[in-house]
Design a protein around this ligand. Structure first.
Ligand code: SF4
Length: 392
């Protein structure tokens, strides 16, 4: 057994790590995931980007659907951003879809439609970070390059006892060094090894129920795992202190004319950038439900025109607003919804406005979307839910 030294001064066995993981994969690795065993960098790239912030069960459903719509890099690059966002709708973290579209165009224009083999070059492309570049290079080209996703960080920190805040630059550097040290000798093993690391972290060395504490399966690292030997399995990796998520409130207008609803395109650099949304008020810090309800009631009974104006003044010109408010035949408080983002919560109160005639609207970022065709628009998930509620 050979030991090498890393900056934590932990003496570690890095030699047998890869072979144990590969042997484990052959016996216990996941099988049947639609992106497994693939060597086509386009298909790998799509799966890696989807899996970044979306659960495997959801990706299984959506991966095939995305590839049926955009079966190749060329088809993705030729599509409009609107089409890509519409296909991505519901998966969240829409920057991923925007970057994929940019990346596809760039690859087509500057790389002859081919994914580079060099992980450093891959990493320079839009939306491809170091770990994703490593995964593409390992799966598609069997390059000896590490990955460092959340599963890999957890396994490494437990097996080798990496303490401290794993998000800090120092610890990240340490983990990357370690991830490099434990790579298999033979580059041909890279695809199975990389899949093994992902699968082992996702199914055996899990956050809450690692197999070593369940006494049902024998972990291949049990004899040397730092966390197990030192009874620190639940302490590693070190948990981040969770801050309370800030809460916001926004009014949103559901403006209907006949069987269509008015949608507005969000600016590209905002939350839900580039997606179609309902016209909305600025987001303000959320007050207690009782206060908000009391205010809302006052809004409905006394301030109809002013509410419309306040909610919509950032979107419509004075002339358009006049036209809108004068053609509103009905105005009612609509459904409300809470949407949880990764770091914030949004309380949405909708206001239903039915128009008796079409107002004059000049803004090209506005569109009357037929309720029967909402699926062809890129809509954020909560807006989709709100409109489905109305349309069904
Ligand atoms: S012994 Fe437990 S903590 Fe260590 S690698 Fe195995 S499952 Fe993970």
């Amino acid at each position: 057994m050979m030991a090498s030294k890393i900056s934590t001064s932990i003496q570690i066995d890095t030699v047998n790590f890869a072979s144990r993981l590969i042997a484990w994969q052959k016996m216990h690795g996941r099988s049947g995931l639609p992106w497994q065993g693939i060597r086509d960098p386009y298909l790998i790239w799509v799966s890696e980007i989807m899996l970044q912030q979306t659960q495997v069960t959801t990706v299984i459903e959506r991966y095939g659907q995305f590839l049926r719509r955009f079966p190749s890099l060329e088809k993705l690059a030729a599509a409009s951003l609107d089409e890509v966002l519409a296909e991505w709708s519901g998966l969240g973290y829409y920057t991923r879809a925007r970057n994929m579209h940019r990346c596809a165009i760039l690859l087509l224009n500057e790389y002859g439609g081919l994914f580079p083999e060099d992980p450093k070059v891959l990493e320079s492309l839009p939306g491809i970070g170091r770990s994703t570049a490593g995964a593409i290079a390992a799966f598609a080209y069997a390059k000896k390059t590490p990955i460092l996703d959340a599963n890999v960080k957890r396994v490494l920190s437990r097996v080798y006892g990496v303490q401290g805040d794993l998000q800090s630059k120092k610890k990240l550097d340490e983990l990357w060094d370690l991830a490099k040290k434990v790579l298999p000798k033979n580059a041909r093993s890279m695809p199975i090894y990389t899949q093994a690391f992902m699968d082992f972290g996702a199914t055996w060395c899990t956050t809450r129920q690692p197999v070593c504490l369940m006494a049902k399966k024998t972990c291949p690292f049990i004899s040397s795992c730092f966390a197990f030997k030192n009874q620190q399995v639940h302490d590693l990796p070190q948990k981040k202190q969770k801050k309370a998520s800030p809460e916001f409130y926004a009014d949103m207008a559901m403006i209907f004319y006949e069987n269509s609803v008015l949608l507005v395109k969000r600016p590209p650099d905002s939350i839900w950038g580039g997606l179609w949304c309902l016209p909305e008020s600025p987001w303000i810090p959320y007050e207690t439900t009782a206060e908000a309800t009391a205010k809302a009631t006052v809004k409905v009974s006394k301030m109809k025109r002013r509410v419309i104006s306040q909610m919509l003044k950032n979107i419509f010109s004075a002339e358009e607003l006049d036209s809108l408010t004068s053609s509103a035949q009905e105005f009612q408080m609509g459904i409300s919804l809470q949407h949880i983002f990764s770091h914030r919560r949004l309380h949405i109160q909708t206001w239903r406005i039915d128009l008796k005639e079409l107002p004059k609207l000049n803004d090209r970022k506005l569109i009357w979307a037929p309720l029967a065709q909402l699926d062809s628009f890129g809509l954020p998930q909560p807006i989709k839910l709100l409109l489905r509620e109305i349309a069904t």
